[in-house]
Design a protein around this ligand. Structure first.
Ligand SMILES: [Fe+2]
Length: 139
């Protein structure tokens, strides 16, 4: 599975450096998710887990921050719900990071990563974030 976002034409229409930057972050996050999926599939998780999770966490945090600033600046009506999703993800992600550090069962970790990171982020970026970007571009 390859998570490719076709946003290049949207980027050029947006005209806003902030929105282009958010779209770029989304593409980078989706590429990182692909690497994570590959690691999960090839049982390479044990060695690379810490690196994957740490890098992905930093990128996601930066992206959430940019999105929230843009939503506030544009008085986005769904800001509270969107921010709530970010908070929910960050709470789950903190639990996941602890699970990594505890060096618990790799199977348990693998399921948690698939559900709470891969699936959640993919759905969020392709639906909630897409709606937000469409709204921000229309202003
Ligand atoms: Fe978001």
């Amino acid at each position: 599975m390859t998570n490719q976002l076709n946003t290049s034409s949207q980027s050029s229409k947006s005209g806003s450096p902030d929105l282009c930057e958010i779209e770029k972050k989304h593409q980078e996050i989706m590429a990182m998710i692909d690497n994570l999926i590959l690691a999960l599939r090839n049982d390479k998780l044990e060695n690379a887990m810490d690196k994957h999770i740490r890098e992905l966490g930093g990128k996601v945090l930066d992206c959430f921050d940019r999105e929230e600033k843009c939503m506030i600046n544009s008085k986005y009506t769904d800001y509270d719900a969107h921010k709530g999703e970010h908070i929910k993800f960050l709470k789950n992600f903190a639990v996941l990071k602890r699970l990594c550090e505890d060096e618990g069962s790799l199977d348990q970790l693998s399921v948690a990563i698939r559900n709470q990171v891969v699936e959640w982020l993919t759905n969020h970026i392709t639906s909630v974030d897409k709606n937000m970007l469409n709204y921000l571009k229309s202003r």
